[in-house]
Design a protein around this ligand. Sequence first.
Ligand SMILES: Cc1cc2nc3c(=O)[nH]c(=O)nc-3n(C[C@H](O)[C@H](O)[C@H](O)COP(=O)(O)OP(=O)(O)OC[C@H]3O[C@@H](n4cnc5c(N)ncnc54)[C@H](O)[C@@H]3O)c2cc1C
Length: 374
Amino acid sequence: MNKTYDFAVIGAGIIGMSSAYYLSDSGAKIAVIDKSYIGSGSTGRCISGIRQQFSTPTSIGVMKESMSLFSRMEDEFGFSIDFAQSGYLLLAHSEELLNTFRSNIEIQKKEGVNVSLLSPEEASSIVPALNTQGLLGAAYCPDDGQAYPFATLKGYQTKIDEKKGDFFLFNPVVDFQKNTNFVVTLRDGTIIEANKVLLSAGPWSRELGQKIGLDLPFYPERHEAIITERLPKFIGPMLVDYRKDGCYFQQLLTGQVIGCYTPDPNVPGIRQDNTLRFLTEMAKRMVRLVPELEKAAVLRHWAGSYTMTPDGNPIVDQTPIQNLYIASGMCGHGFMFGPGICKHLAYYMIHDHWDTDFSEFSLNRTFQSKESLK
Ligand SMILES: Cc1cc2nc3c(=O)[nH]c(=O)nc-3n(C[C@H](O)[C@H](O)[C@H](O)COP(=O)(O)OP(=O)(O)OC[C@H]3O[C@@H](n4cnc5c(N)ncnc54)[C@H](O)[C@@H]3O)c2cc1C
């Protein structure tokens, strides 16, 4: 059975869903394809953080826009996405990192972000439960925060449905060719023809690109995460401890503490197995930072992927194959980047020119610079 669309979006994570949402706003015919359920990839496995504290004007600008889009979703969707501006507190235990914070704050302030450098005492007044031993200072933005990924995706799904977009779920792309139009074959034999295609398959983007002859520089890595039982509210912002044996976690609006750490060495590959080593190590690191957490029971833990690129920035661009677009390599920031990036990407896909400068995210950049706030 052949079906014809203006746009086909491969991957129903935050990137595919927010792109499809903005594309469907133009009145175009949209197909959204996923090999499993909506949010089954990295998006449903993330820890819900949204921050504007980045190191380049492009990323900061995207995040200011995303923050504003997240803040309006409840009105737009008609239900809560558990959005809260609960803040991000980035912790420096070395002079070098404190200096990085200082220079980033200068850039962030120029871009209009409400951020300041705090002494350990000031940090402690924001999170009294914080262990400040060895802390030299902190960067704090009270406007950063959190939102619930599955509610956000549900909102997009409802709106795409209203615009008569079609979903093909639990139905992987098995073949992908370009004739005059793109011809995308799904496992159940459905054939989707589309003028333009967005490859937004997160960690699977490289493997899908290979089906059509592209070698895209994405390197998935496993990241595990943990969530506790609900606790009385006592931690405000997301705490980010950048030490080699640090971690990052926040308390959700619903009371659970959710977090992860970046393994050293990294664990390459698309892997969703979880380990006892992470569970015990993460518990130790969390308790070191907030000793009161010693009493908290862990509800569950899981794993998902960060899709890395050589410079720690996403790739959001047209590919060398005309009318084939790529948005992936979100490097651990895709949930927060999604709305801001995809609004501009959809504009580009519809109008064939950008309404913003995304050269920092281009596919043919040199990949020399590095995002300093991982
Ligand atoms: C533990 C952890 C914590 C994180 N915390 C945060 C955070 O606090 N804040 C933040 O902003 N980001 C966070 N991230 C990163 C964030 O989750 C990702 O950057 C983001 O979800 C990427 O979205 P995506 O749409 O690109 O990919 P995905 O959500 O992975 O979506 C890709 C989709 O493509 C589909 N797909 C793959 N192959 C095929 C195929 N052949 N056919 C059809 N469909 C296919 C998959 O099923 C999947 O649903 C975290 C990630 C992890 C793992």
